[in-house]
Structure formats: C-alpha cells, structure tokens
Design a protein around this ligand. Structure first.
Ligand SMILES: [Mg+2]
Length: 196
C-alpha cells in the first residue's frame, strides 16, 4: 500500500484563486504559482488586490462553497483507493480548500491557514517551509512509500523527493522538467499507477 500525495488545484479541481477572480471580475487574481513561483510574493499581491476591490472574507467563503472538483476526479480517486491511501498536499488554505476537498470524499488535506481581521484576509500562516517536500520526508520517515501527482512548479519538490508525475501540466511546466512523466487524463494516469 502506497500513499498518493496529490496536489489539489489544477490537478483535482480548478485553481481556486482564478475561480474567485472570475466570479468577482478581477483579472489580477488569476495569477497562480505557474505565473509567480514565489508563493509569498504571489500571496501579497492577492491580498492587495482583494483589499483594493473590497472583496471580504465572507463573500469569498460563500463563493468557494460552490466550486466543484474536475469531472472524473472523485471517480479517479476511488478507482485507485485499493492500492493507494490518499492525502491532498496543497498550497491552498483550509478556509478555501476544505469545501472543495470535502466534495472528493473524506480525504486528509495538508495546507496552510489564513489570517482574518475585520472580515478581510490580512495574512496567512504557512504550515512550514518547503511544505510539499516536508510531507514526503515525513511519510518516508515513517517508512511509507509515496507517489506524487501535480500540475505545477511547486509540485516538483515532492516528485523529486520520491516518485511521481504531472497531470494537466501546462507546456511550460512540462518543458521545465521533461524527465517527469506527464498525463492528460485520469484514465491514463490510473493505468500507469495501477501498474507501478
Ligand atoms: Mg496545482
């Protein structure tokens, strides 16, 4: 039995910040780690943009409840569940990611926390530095074997720490690491994982 450490956004569900940007009509929120790999820089731009556009925490929470996982994501996870235990390892925040993960099943989510003041996002508490890599190291210290899947630069740290693949990665991410196997469908990935 292996542990699947899977990314969330772009992998099992849409990019939550992009969905928020589209819903509130704010293009600056569409940037992701694919555009700005430095997470702290990306987050401070997001918080500035929310303030400038008067988008409160409550408005965001009401919206994220409506975000649905990708078609087939839940079925994919259940199709491999006899061979893999599943953990979602994400650079999202519990406040934003949990409503989406709960639609995929009762799966642990390892991510960060937001800091809210006066109904606005004013900061965040990162769980730890190099969070995705540290999850893999933690499982390995407990003698678990991990397989990782993700779609972006921040997933490479966990793929490099164990074994894993890209799914739905854009061409520039794939080009940055042509040695990492890449998939564009859950069915193809499932076949690969079950023959691993
Ligand atoms: Mg992602």
């Amino acid at each position: 039995m292996k542990i699947l450490c899977t990314d969330l956004e772009g992998t099992l569900a849409p990019e939550i910040w992009q969905e928020i940007g589209n819903f509130f009509g704010v293009n600056e929120l569409n940037l992701t780690t694919r555009d700005i790999p430095d997470f702290d820089e990306l987050m401070s731009r997001r918080m500035d943009t929310l303030h400038k556009n008067n988008i409160s925490y409550e408005k965001i929470l009401n919206f994220v409840e409506t975000i649905q996982p990708f078609n087939g994501a839940k079925e994919f996870l259940s199709s491999i569940s006899s061979d893999y235990q599943i953990v979602v390892v994400s650079d999202t925040f519990y406040e934003l990611g949990l409503p989406v993960v709960q639609k995929l099943g009762n799966i642990p989510l390892l991510c960060h926390e937001l800091v809210i003041e006066n109904d606005f996002i004013v900061g965040y508490k990162k769980r730890q530095e190099e969070p995705k890599k540290q999850v893999i190291k933690g499982f390995q210290a407990m003698k678990f074997e991990c397989f990782c899947m993700g779609d972006s630069y921040n997933d490479i740290q966990m793929i490099d720490e164990s074994n894993g693949v890209f799914i739905f990665a854009p061409s520039e991410v794939k080009a940055s690491r042509p040695d990492i196997i890449s998939f564009n469908s859950y069915n193809d990935l499932k076949e690969y994982m079950l023959n691993e």
